[in-house]
Write a protein that binds this ligand. Sequence first.
Ligand SMILES: [Zn+2]
Length: 395
Amino acid sequence: MARMVGSIPPHGGQLINRTLRGELREAALERARSFPQVQLTPMAVSDLELIAVGALSPLTGFMTKADYDSVIDTMHMANGLAWSIPVTLPVADDVADGLREGQEIALLDGDHLMGIMTVEEKYLADKEREAREVYKTTDLAHPGVDRLYRYGNTLLGGEVFMVNGPKETEFPELRHEPAQTRRMFASRGWRRIVAFQTRNPIHRAHEYIQKVALEIVDGLFLHPLVGETKADDIPADVRIASYQAILRDYYPPDRVLLGVFPAAMRYAGPREAIFHAIARKNYGCTHFIVGRDHAGVGNYYGTYDAHYIFDEFQPGELGIQPLFFDYTFYCKKCEAVVSAKTCPHGKEDWVFLSGTQVRQMLERGEMLPEEFTRPEVSKVLMEGIRAKREEQEGK
Ligand SMILES: [Zn+2]
């Protein structure tokens, strides 16, 4: 594939496209009717889409055992390329028993055919080791570990093609694929682009970080994750609405692009920060914002572990430049949004609310402090909570 002048090369050098279209797709659909059917896990639905659009370049399918082992043990694939998280297709033992290596299978989400795959290898997951090394804990209270243990024991490795997008495609207008974002960045004349990953609504601290980062690059790619998250995270539609509520009035439109990242959250903290950075490189970004406790959950990771892990790679191995940020908040004495790095004052001067405090205030129908969250966003969040409650009450 020709490399666009001035753009960052994809991870591994080539932007992967495993989406079948036109006659090739028609032929695959026809053949798939006779294939054994395998159900995708929610995470595999996301991963299949990410692989197909090239977001996980150079992956062309779900990992075989050599890569699985190598990634767990060394944070590199068997060929030596940096990679921090196994991307696997787990199936139940009885499903696996009915399949043989070399066989073609149909990949389904419920009754929705999404892809086809050639089973190159089937092998057993080493869940205990995967949990310990990737998630840094074997505690089942960790949402990523819990999911790992709920999934089947056998992994199917092999190349995939996507024949249909996901069953429910949220935010189709924001679902820019890596080939598209690369074109969009180029057409805007952006050479240096910073990506912001988030699974949260936008508070003032996020806006501050995004704008500080934008000071040193040409464009900001806001890329909230919209795949599976844990039940108590704010739903994706509310989070996206929070962005849309303030983008028009507070961000320069010619320097910001909003897209959605169709990945599932793994909550693997530091290792997931690397994974998120590599994916954003594939979207064409040159810089990546890593906040405190990036992709973390509970107290499983140290506040800055997701910063330190970048030091475990050689310069140039990842290709994308991380930008590390500390705690950010409004300080009453500084009269500005600042960070623990730039403010000399103490906690008593800082406006900082925990996720639980935010939820409780919104549930009581209280606006969040303006220094913490813009009123436009408070309203969106309150509306989201009200809608969720009505849904639960079955109104
Ligand atoms: Zn201060």
